[in-house]
Design a protein around this ligand. Structure first.
Ligand code: R5P
Length: 285
C-alpha cells in the first residue's frame, strides 16, 4: 500500500504503477486559519509506504508527512517505509556558525519519532545525514539515470563539477560514460552569491555537462557556465537531481546560454524530465 503526500502526487502514481501496487487515497487540505488537515481514507495495511518530498513549502510538507506517519501508526500500521525523494533542510546538516540550529537533525528526529521504520532518500546533500537516524536509511543515486540521458543527447561530453562537493557525482557519471571529468572551486559569499574559480580546464571544443545535486538560486550554474564558455566549450548542458529552482533561477541559467537542463522529478519543475520512479520502485521491491 502506497500513500502519497501532496508534494509528490505525480511521482507517487508512477511508482505505484511500476510496482502494480495499491494507492491509498488521502484527503489533505487546510483549515481557514491555515492549519493542515489530514485524513487517510483507505483501510490501513500492516506494511505501508509513504512518499513525500519535503521541498517548498518545506514546513508544510514536513508537517503533512509527520501527520501522515503518526496517523498511520495509531491506525495500526506496523512497518512504515518513508521515501523522501528530496530531503528539505538537508543543507543545514551542521553548525556553520556558532549557535545555528542543525535543522536536518531536528527534521530527522521528528520523522523517526512519528513512526518511520525505514527511510529511502535520493542523493542527500551530505551522506553523513544518515547518521541522524537510528532506523535503516538507504540513499539512492539518480546519477545513472542522468548519465543515460546525457548519453542519448551528447557524443563528446566532458563532465564538470561546479564545486568540490559535486565532484563525486560528476565522477560517478564520467565513470558510467567513460569520459573526462574536472571540477571548479566555489566559495559561497551569501545565500544567493557564489564565487567560482578554476586552475586549468580542458573543455575546448567539448560538450560540457555541469553536474550538481541541487540547483537553488542558479548562481552556481551561471558562474560555471560563464567560465566554461570562456574556456571554449562547444556547448553547456546541466544535469541535476533536485531542481529546487528558486524564483527566476531557470531564466538566469538559460539566459547564460545553457543548452538544456536535465533534472529529475524528485521535485516538480519545468525541467523535471527524468523520472526517479523506476529507481524508487526497484528499492521498494
Ligand atoms: C551546494 O553545495 C549544492 O551542491 C549546490 O551547488 C547549491 O545548492 C546550488 O545553489 P545555487 O543554485 O543557489 O547556487
Amino acid at each position: 500500500m502506497i500513500i502519497g503526500g501532496s508534494s509528490s502526487q505525480k511521482l507517487v502514481a508512477k511508482v505505484a504503477k511500476e510496482l502494480n501496487d495499491q494507492l491509498c487515497p488521502i484527503e489533505t487540505r487546510k483549515f481557514p486559519d491555515g492549519e493542515r488537515y489530514i485524513r487517510i481514507k483507505g483501510e490501513i495495511e500492516k506494511e505501508v509506504v509513504v512518499i513525500q518530498s519535503t521541498g517548498f513549502p518545506q514546513d508544510e510538507n514536513i508537517m503533512e508527512l509527520l501527520f501522515i506517519l503518526k496517523n498511520l501508526k495509531s491506525l495500526g500500521a506496523e512497518e512504515i517505509k518513508v521515501v523522501i525523494p528530496y530531503f528539505g533542510y538537508g543543507r543545514q546538516e551542521k553548525r556553520f556558525k556558532k549557535g545555528e540550529s542543525i535543522s536536518a537533525a531536528a527534521v530527522a528526529g521528528l520523522i523517526e519519532d512519528c513512526g518511520a521504520s525505514e527511510l529511502i532518500c535520493i542523493n542527500l546533500h551530505e551522506s553523513q545525514m544518515c547518521d541522524f537516524f537510528n532506523i535503516p536509511v538507504h540513499e539512492l543515486s539518480a546519477m545513472p539515470l542522468i548519465a543515460s540521458h546525457i548519453q542519448k543527447q551528447l557524443e563528446n561530453p566532458v563532465i564538470i563539477a561546479p564545486d568540490k562537493g559535486a565532484l563525486l557525482h560528476a565522477q560517478e557519471i564520467s565513470r558510467i560514460l567513460d569520459c573526462p571529468c574536472d571540477h571548479m572551486e566555489k566559495t559561497r559569499l551569501s545565500p544567493d552569491t557564489v564565487e567560482t574559480r578554476v586552475k586549468n580546464l580542458d573543455v575546448k571544443g567539448l560538450q560540457a555537462v555541469i553536474i550538481d545535486d541541487i540547483i537553488s538560486t542558479g548562481g552556481t550554474i551561471v558562474n560555471a557556465t560563464k567560465i566554461l564558455m570562456q574556456y571554449g566549450a562547444e556547448s553547456v548542458t546541466v544535469g541535476c537531481v533536485h531542481p529546487v529552482m528558486v524564483e527566476d533561477a531557470l531564466l538566469k541559467i538559460f539566459a547564460t546560454g545553457v543548452e538544456d537542463v536535465l533534472a529529475t522529478d524528485t521535485l516538480t519543475s519545468q525541467v523535471s524530465s527524468i523520472s526517479v520512479a523506476p529507481l524508487i520502485a526497484e528499492a521498494l521491491k
